[in-house]
Design a protein around this ligand. Structure first.
Ligand code: SF4
Length: 270
């Protein structure tokens, strides 16, 4: 038996399954990078122990030193790297919402690793799996160019902070029209998306999550109450479930945390 995936404090999911650590987008507000800076040495130790056990249990040559130095550099610099020890972790007993990449953006995953993750998801239909990327086009490329079919228990999340979204809408439409569950994540919402493009994007998705910035840059990058009110109004008008993260709830006067029917049913959320 392997160790179980980690419980999460992120309010819209129950667990995180971080098969990758690292991202090259280098967003100035990256929370994952702060976590990596604190814990990369622990991960290095666990991953090397896991890889060492795999090598010892097979006829492969002993490659410890070379791999150790490479992995150390990758984890220390927050370069994208596949973590075998995390990939192999067990899933919980109960149906749950599992966030697949809170420590990376799948734009930097190797295609073969994405396929491995999808194959494992296919074997585990009682969970909901959330993917996030700032490269909205990626899903379309994975489907069209690499023949990847996302199972129906996946939500394909496209994230923006409001500064770049021009090319998102058509991709979102393509994904939804082709039967995928699509998620729009506006977090941290730091620049207003105007009504029309926002409404057009929201109409193409099955779920919306919104949150504001926390940490040292928060005061200069606040999500305005009126931006949030517009977003909520559009979601309500178009009957799209939306989830306002805890850090923004006080601006909207109520919990406003809704899930799509599929997630409610599968994960028995009341
Ligand atoms: S895309 Fe996400 S993981 Fe990557 S740098 Fe930006 S906030 Fe961090």
């Amino acid at each position: 038996m392997n160790k179980m995936i980690s419980k999460s404090k992120i309010e819209f999911c129950n667990y995180v399954w971080n098969t990758y650590w690292g991202c090259e987008f280098n967003c100035f507000y990256c929370f994952a990078k702060n976590i990596a800076n604190r814990f990369w040495e622990n991960i290095l130790e666990k991953e090397m122990l896991y890889r060492h056990q795999q090598v010892v249990n097979t006829d492969k040559p002993f490659i410890y030193h070379h791999e150790y130095e490479k992995l150390k550099r990758q984890l220390k610099n927050f370069e994208p790297v596949f973590l075998h020890s995390n990939f192999e972790r067990d899933f919980p007993r109960k149906p749950s919402i599992i966030f697949v990449n809170s420590m990376s953006d799948i734009a930097f995953w190797e295609i073969e690793d994405i396929k491995k993750v999808i194959n494992r998801i296919k074997l585990n239909p009682k969970y909901i799996f959330l993917f996030f990327t700032k490269s909205a086009w990626l899903y379309e490329a994975l489907i069209k160019d690499h023949g990847i079919q996302f199972p129906s228990n996946c939500y394909l999340g496209v994230t923006t902070d409001g500064r770049k979204y021009n090319f998102y809408a058509e991709t979102l439409k393509y994904l939804k029209d082709n039967g995928n569950n699509v998620l729009l994540v506006i977090e941290p919402y730091i620049k207003q998306i105007h009504y029309e493009p926002l409404e057009y994007m929201i109409k193409q998705v099955n779920w919306v999550i919104v949150g504001q910035m926390t940490g040292i840059h928060a005061s200069k990058n606040e999500t305005k109450k009126e931006w949030l009110e517009i977003l909520v109004k559009i979601c309500a008008l178009n009957k799209i479930p939306y989830f306002v993260k805890n850090n923004l709830v006080y601006k909207i006067g109520g919990l406003n945390q809704y899930y799509p029917d599929l997630i409610e049913k599968l994960c028995q959320i009341k």
